[in-house]
Design a binder for this molecule. Structure first.
Ligand SMILES: [Zn+2]
Length: 330
């Protein structure tokens, strides 16, 4: 770290302290019990630091001082919808593909393998097709950011389309790993609506969806396979989205898959970052490293089930009524 960076760090911390001094601290809220490390030692520096930052975030959301929030989401937010983490070889989805004698589990998403043998992927697509699942409470929590005019963008690793189903505007969603909404022929690149593939697979029950233009290509939904580049939209808004983001919420992702995982580092140092996950991941692991001694930093790890944590957090933001309304429970 250069002296310049140290200087910058000090300034950000000083700024946080000043903000906290202005803060009218509310009585301890249920949400603080989710702060990472709270169960072990609520008086530890790491818990205190996160708690104070969280207080600040809650206050700033309530007073509308937070204006530009970005949400990064991964497979963890869709688990309660019944969608298993299909990239994990341990899930039932892969077991169903045993009959196809895949050379290795992930081959189903390998573009070279798909060209040779598309049947396993089409079988999987039939099972995963959006419409078979409903959005979770966490998806509606993201929608609540939109309703409060705070959502700059939701970058998602998920291909289940549940963000769209939850009513998040298409413009505000970046499906980093693609989606089933559109498809194209892998040979002549002719575009097809996702519905075309859906009808073929789910109603006509074909094993392979073939291109009607060139007749020797397969029509593949626009989800990103291993060996394929991310959709152009993934990069289009990055610079303008992240440069003045003041709240970054990361949910249900282990932050291991790049370039998606690198997004967390694009925000300015003054941006508050909150991870909601079962385990700390990416830069949030640093909070629990032996070197952590800062009284205050901008990161908060809320440990637990996404739906449970987002429910309590929405409550802390004063959004409970609104969230229930969005979900049609009022
Ligand atoms: Zn074609």
């Amino acid at each position: 770290m250069t002296s310049e960076q140290k200087e910058q760090e000090k300034t950000v911390e000083e700024e946080l302290v000043e903000q906290l001094e202005r803060l009218s601290v509310e009585p301890l809220n249920e949400i603080f019990a989710f702060v990472g490390g709270y169960d072990k030692d609520p008086s530890s520096t790491v818990v205190q630091s996160q708690t104070r930052t969280l207080e600040l975030v809650i206050e700033k959301v309530k007073t509308k001082e937070i204006k530009k929030a970005i949400v990064l989401s991964g497979a963890g937010i869709s688990v309660s919808a019944g969608i298993p983490d299909f990239r994990s070889p341990k899930t039932g989805l892969y077991a169903n593909l045993q009959k196809f004698n895949l050379p290795y589990a992930e081959a189903v998403f390998d573009i070279e393998f798909f060209i040779e043998n598309p049947k396993p992927f089409f079988q999987l697509a039939r099972e995963l097709w959006p419409g078979n699942y409903r959005p979770t409470r966490t998806h509606y929590f993201i929608r609540a950011f939109q309703e409060n005019a705070l959502l700059v963008r939701n970058y998602t690793q998920n291909i289940d389309g549940l963000e769209r189903l939850a009513g998040i505007e298409e413009d505000l969603i970046i499906e980093a790993h693609g989606s089933f909404a559109t498809a194209r022929c892998i040979v002549c690149r002719r575009k097809y609506p996702g519905e075309y593939v859906k009808t073929a697979l789910l109603e006509e029950k074909v094993e392979i969806v073939q291109c009607i233009s060139c007749s020797n290509g397969f029509v593949k939904p626009d989800i990103v396979f291993f060996g394929e580049s991310l959709p152009p939209r993934f990069s289009t808004f990055q610079r303008s989205d992240f440069k003045d983001c003041d709240l970054l919420i990361v949910m249900g992702t282990s932050l291991k898959v790049y370039p998606f995982a690198g997004l967390v580092d694009l925000v300015p140092r003054s941006c508050h970052r909150i991870l909601i996950n079962r385990e700390p991941s990416g830069p949030f692991e640093d909070l629990f490293g032996s070197g952590f001694s800062r009284e205050l930093c901008n990161d908060v790890f809320l440990q637990g089930d996404c739906d449970e944590v987002t429910s309590v957090l929405a409550d802390a933001f004063g959004w409970k009524h609104q969230l229930n309304k969005i979900m049609g429970k009022l």
